[in-house]
Design a protein around this ligand. Structure first.
Ligand SMILES: Cc1cc2nc3c(=O)[nH]c(=O)nc-3n(C[C@H](O)[C@H](O)[C@H](O)COP(=O)(O)OP(=O)(O)OC[C@H]3O[C@@H](n4cnc5c(N)ncnc54)[C@H](O)[C@@H]3O)c2cc1C
Length: 450
């Protein structure tokens, strides 16, 4: 019997929906948010509740399919043949305890809804830069946020999770009840259970202050050095990102940025203005444009240039131990080479602070990693992909001498595995947790091939 025929009767047992190939909406439903990734699951399920999830677990067991939970597909990695893709949109509860600073959310909730709920409360979420990423996918994959120097990784703020195990048991897990599972959920969540809700510490941010400085490309080396030097004595409440942009000479772009290269520095302080420190960066070049003053994560998210609709995306991340003068010079020289045009932006995130002293035990860690870089080479429909792929390879090779031993799951690209995120001993520990909670391989193998 084909997998489709085996799964067909499951529809009647669900309160939610199950789409199979040939159904009207199947082709749209199977697409990940990152349209550059091709995935061909055997079915797409939208469970309405935990009872539905239990039906799906049993159906997977009976049919030999695996379950791949994917709220949106921002982090889609490819091959889902033989899997039931599980969308979590119905798990949409959202509760904020403003006295305790604790967020409890269903695993279908996206960060935008949380940011809106926190606006004006004096609390911030340990969320990433995109409001459309799911809280679960981000937190269970580590998650580096605007506030990571202040509050650590997203996963470090995970207090507890409600997990449906492969044996059908569902309940709240925390560090007292199951420390090994919590360790695995903090960074490798997708492979050890189906999370239905999460309990997360919020970040105390009584006076969020931001500065956005734009410099001409001629100042880029000096400004990035100044940002690098700031890391030595910036307090953990100060978070700094730099971004090197090189815009194509495309007629649809505004005149002031079209065909131009520039560098922006964004700083975000959780406890008020950090003028004196930011002045060190200001003085490193001539500021072309500046916006600074009180702000909020919701305002930042609304101003983000990142796409909010499904888009074909392509990029490469590099976690670095250090950003020395020769790496900065090589990076900026690379930015000016005409053949490297496919990379539009390179994001440079300052790490350290709370990241160097994790409060909870978790697989994900950026402890003593200095910098997190991400290069973006947009996929242009109809255009050949080779120049972009080649450019991203050069970017990787250029920074390889400074590459740190680990990164976090949310910064892995399609096809990359968890081996890049932990030591051999940690990967063995992860396999042991998985073998314990999912001995029959009901869950998709994710980024840790069996
Ligand atoms: C525009 C954009 C900006 C981004 N910015 C940042 C950033 O600032 N910082 C950062 O760290 N990352 C960032 N990311 C990466 C993003 O956080 C990851 O791709 C994340 O995994 C996406 O989560 P998702 O649920 O939306 O995606 P999905 O691809 O749907 O899910 C990713 C994985 O999470 C796991 N998962 C999700 N939900 C569950 C669940 N309920 N139970 C078990 N496992 C589950 C699964 O393994 C799944 O494969 C960004 C991505 C985009 C597209």
């Amino acid at each position: 019997m084909s997998l489709s025929s085996a799964l067909d009767p499951v529809r009647r047992a669900l309160s939610g929906a199950l789409l199979l190939p040939g159904d009207d909406d199947f082709e749209t439903a199977r697409q990940p948010w990152n349209l550059a990734v091709a995935q061909h699951p055997a079915a797409v399920a939208s469970p309405a509740d935990v009872a539905d999830l239990r039906v799906l677990v049993q159906a997977a067991r009976d049919s030999g399919a695996t379950l791949a939970v994917q709220p949106s597909g921002h982090g889609a990695s490819g091959d889902l043949a033989g899997s039931v893709l599980v969308r979590m949109a119905a798990f949409d509860a959202l509760d904020v305890d403003l006295d305790a600073g604790i967020l409890t959310v269903g695993s279908g909730v996206r960060w935008g809804a949380v940011l809106a709920a926190l606006e004006g409360t004096g609390w911030a979420a340990p969320s990433g830069t995109s409001p459309v990423v799911s809280v679960a996918g981000y937190t269970l994959g580590g998650g580096h946020s605007w506030f990571s120097r202040t509050a650590g990784l997203g996963s470090d703020n995970l207090r507890a999770a409600w997990v449906l195990r492969a044996d059908g048991a569902h309940g709240r897990v925390d560090d007292d009840s199951d420390p090994e599972l919590m360790w695995a959920l903090r960074g490798a969540g997708g492979i050890v259970g189906i999370v239905t809700a999460l309990e997360i510490d919020l970040v105390r941010a009584p006076a969020v202050w931001g500065a956005g400085l734009t410099f001409d490309v001629a100042d880029a080396v000096a400004v990035i050095r100044a940002v690098r030097d700031l890391a030595a004595d910036a307090p953990p409440t100060l978070n700094v990102f730099a971004n090197s942009m090189r815009m194509p000479d495309a007629p649809q772009l505004p005149e002031e940025i079209r065909g131009r290269s520039f560098l922006t520095v964004q700083a975000l302080s959780a406890d008020g203005a950090a003028e004196e420190l930011i002045d060190r960066v200001r003085r490193a070049g001539s500021v072309r444009r500046e916006v600074s003053g009180p702000t909020s994560p919701a305002v930042l998210a609304a101003a983000s240039p990142e796409p909010t609709e499904p888009t074909p995306g392509r990029g490469r991340s590099m976690a670095l131990t250090a950003l020395d003068d020769s790496a900065i010079a090589a990076l900026m020289d690379f930015r000016e080479r005409p053949e490297q045009w496919p990379i539009i932006g390179i994001d440079i995130r300052m790490l350290g602070g709370a990241l160097d002293a994790p409060r909870r035990s978790g697989f994900a860690s950026l402890e003593f990693v200095g910098w997190l870089l991400h290069a973006l080479a947009p996929v242009i429909p109809g255009a050949p992909s080779e120049p972009g792929d080649a450019s991203l390879d050069v970017f990787r090779d250029l920074l390889a001498p400074s590459e740190a031993a680990r990164t976090v799951t949310t910064f892995l690209g399609p096809g990359q595995t968890l081996d890049r995120c932990g030591t051999e001993a940690e990967i063995s520990r992860l396999r042991a947790v998985r073998d314990e909670v999912d001995p029959d391989a009901v869950l998709h193998e994710g980024r840790l091939p069996r």
